[in-house]
Design a protein around this ligand. Sequence first.
Ligand code: NAP
Length: 778
Amino acid sequence: MLTPAVATQLQEAGWSVVLWRTPNLVIGVRPELPANCKILAPESLAESAIASTLTQVDALGGFLHLHPNDSKSPMLSLDSGANALVRHVFLLAKHLQHKLTVPTDSGRRHFVCVVRQDGQLGTTGTATGINAVAGGLSGLTKTLQIEWPSTFCRTVDFASELSAEEAAQRLAAELADPDGQTQEIGWSPQGRVAFLPEVSDTVHSSEADDFPEKPVWLVSGGARGVTAACVLELARRHPGTFLLAGRSPLEDEPDWADGITAEAGLRQAAMQALQAAGEKPTPVKVRQLVERIDANRAIRTTLQQLQDSGSIGVYASADATNADELRDAIAPHVQQHGAITGVVHGAGVLADKLIEKKTPEDFDAVVGTKAHGLQALLDAADPEQLSHLLLFSSAAGFYGNGGQSDYAIGNEILNGTALTFAQAHPNCRVVSYNWGPWEGGMVTPELKRMFEERGVEVIPAAEGARIFADFAMAEGRGHGPLLLIGNSLAVQYEPPPEVKWTRRTTRTLSLAQNPTLIDHTIGGHAVVPAVCALAWMAEAAEQLAPGYRFAACEDFQVLKGIVFDDTLADGYQLDLEEVERESGLHTVIEAKITSSGGKLPRPHYRTRVHLSKATPDSPVSHLKAEHRTPITDNPYQNGTLFHGPKFQGIQQIAELTEQHLLAQCRMPVWSDAECGQFQTRPFNPYTLDPAFQAMLVWARMIHNTGSLPLKLARMEHFRTIPFDTPCTLDLRVQSHSSTALVADLDLVLNDGQIAARMLGAEVTLSENLNTLFLKSAA
Ligand SMILES: NC(=O)c1ccc[n+]([C@@H]2O[C@H](COP(=O)([O-])OP(=O)(O)OC[C@H]3O[C@@H](n4cnc5c(N)ncnc54)[C@H](OP(=O)(O)O)[C@@H]3O)[C@@H](O)[C@H]2O)c1
C-alpha cells in the first residue's frame, strides 16, 4: 500500500507526518501506518468539516494527496467512490492556501497529487484503473503552480506495476526535484515521462471516406458562442442534422425588443418593459432580460444559417448535465431524424476566481458542466455507434490558468476521457480541442485586450472554425486525440530587474537512487562526482529563471565532497540567490549546497551560475592534427584512475608532457535510470568528467600522486556532448607544484568546435590518495 510506504519515506527524510483520513469511500483495508503518524479525520467530505479539522494543524511543509486506484467508479461521475475526492482535494487546496503560501525559511512548500493510472499520464488510454476524473487533478496542480509560484505543485502518476516502495522512493525524489516548471510527471517500468506538446502537421482537409453520409449531430452549447461557429463550418462542408442543446428556453421575441439591435437601446427598452410590468428595473434584472434576448437571437440566427447551408437545425432546451432532461428533450428529434452519429460537447461555464475564493458550487457548476455534461451526451447516444466525439476543452486545462482551477480540472477530465474513449472505440474519430482564447464567446473585449497584453495568442473565429472542421473531417488517424491550439495563458515568470530572488530546495540523496555511482568509488565508498554537483546547481538555477539558458559558471569550489557512507546527510540544501541581472539578457546566480546536522551548516559546493538568453557560438579549436605516440598503459587498470566501467570515458592518452595532455574520449551510454538523481541537464556532466580524470592522469604521471578536483575558475558551455560521442580533450598546464595542478582544458568535438572550455581547473595532489585509488582499483 502506498500510504505507509510514503509515510515511512517522509519520516526517514525528517518530516513529521500527519495523515488526513477521509471517511471510507473506497471499500478496502485501512493501511497500517508507521508509529508517530498523527491522524486527522474529518467527519465528512464537506467544506465545513475540512475547515474545522484543519484548525488542528499549525504550520505545514506540504500537502500530498494519494488518490486511490479506483477502477470501479463510473468514468465521469464526480460524486461516486474515489472520484468524490477530487472535489474534496479542490476544497482542501482552498483551505490550505494560506498555510502553503506563507513565506518560509525552511525550503519550499509542496502541493502534490499522486494518481495511479498508466504511469504515462493516462496517455496510453489502455491500462485498467485509468480514471479521467482522477486525471483532472493535474488541472488543479497546474493552476495552483500559477497561483502559488513559490510552492512546488505537481501531479505524479505511478503505473500500478510499480511497487509501493518504489513509488514512494520515486515520490521522495520528485519532492526534491529542483524543476519548478514541470507539473506533470509519470513513472512506469519504462521510466519517467513528462507531457510536452508536439507541433502537428496540418491535417489533410479533404473529407474522410468513412464520414457518415447523413450525419446526425448532438451538440451541447452549439446554438451560440464559439461552438456555433464551428458547427456552421462543419455544416457548410457537409450538411446534416444538428440537434443543438442549451439551457436557454427558446421564446418568441417580445414586442418591446422588436427591431432594436443597439445594446444601449435594448437596455433602455428592457428597463421600460420591466417598469410596465410593475417590476423595479434593477441593473441585474435589466442585464438578465437583455441576455435572454441576445441568447434567443443567437439561437435563431444559428438555426437559420444551418438551414441556409442545406442542413437541418433543431434546438432542444435542456440542461446537458441532467441526463434524463437531455434524453427527453432530444427523443422526438432522434425519432424523426435518426440515431445520433456524432457528439460535440461545447457546453461550458466559468466562475473565475483564485482558489481561496472558490465555492463548492463553483466546482459543481464548472466541472459538472464538463464531466456530467459529457456523460449525459454519451448516455443520450449509443457510444458504440458514434463516428465522432468532439470535445471543447481548453489550453487552461493543458497549462493550468490562474483563477481557473475548476475549469482546468473539468477540461483535463475531457482530455482524459478522449484518450480512453479513443482507445476503446478505434472507429470513432475523437478530438479534444484544447483551445486558447477565441475572439468571441466567453472572451469579452476586455479579456481579449488582457490576453494580447500578456502575449497570449487569440484565435480569430474563422480560423478556429476552420481548424475544428479540418480535424473533425480529416482522413486518417495520424495524430492523437488531444489537440492544443494556442500558447500558455499564464504570465511568464520574469522577476522585474530590481527584484532579485532567493530560493532554497532540499534533496535527499541515496545510493539506491544513484546505483551507477558505485563506479565512482574512492576508498570503498561511492562519491558524488564534482561535475554532477555542478550540473545540479546549474540545472536548478536554469529552472528558476525560465527563458534563460546555462552559459557558464565561475568560481566553482569543492568544499567537502558528498560521500555515500555514514557521513551522508539526511538532506542537502541547495540555496540559490540572484546577484546580478543585466538588461534582461543575462543573470547571475550564486549557488551553494550545504547539509545540516552539526552546529553549523556544512558547506559542500558553491559556484556562480551565469544564465543567458542568447545562444553563444561554439569557438573553433586550433589543435593541429600531428603524429603523436600514444601511451598504451590503461589508466583505469594501473591504479591511476579509480573509475569503474561506466565512467571510463578516456579511450587513449595521445600525448603527455609537462605542459600538455591530449586524450581521445568517448563516454559509454547511460540510461536515464542510470543517471539517477543527476540527469544530463543543462549539460551532460558524465561526458565532461574525463576533463578532471585527465588532470588526475597528469598528476599521477608527472608527480606520482593521486589527486582530486578542488576548484574551477570558469567553465563555458557551448554544446552538450552526448554519450558515445568522440571528442578530444586538450589540457594545457598553467601551474603545478607537489600539492596542486592548475590547467585549462577544451573538450573538442570532431567538427573542430569546442563544446566546453574549463579555465583554471585545479586539483589537489596528495600521496595519501594513492592507496585509496589502489583500493578502488582492486
Ligand atoms: N471562447 C473561448 O475562448 C474558449 C477557449 C477555450 C475553450 N472554450 C470552450 O468552448 C466551449 C464554448 O465556449 P464559448 O466561449 O462559446 O462559451 P459561451 O459563449 O459561454 O457559450 C457556452 C454555451 O454552452 C451552453 N451551456 C452552458 N452550460 C450548459 C448546460 N449545462 N447545458 C447545456 N448547454 C450549456 C450555453 O448555452 P445556455 O446558456 O443556453 O445553456 C452556451 O451556448 C466551452 O466549453 C469552453 O470551455 C472556449
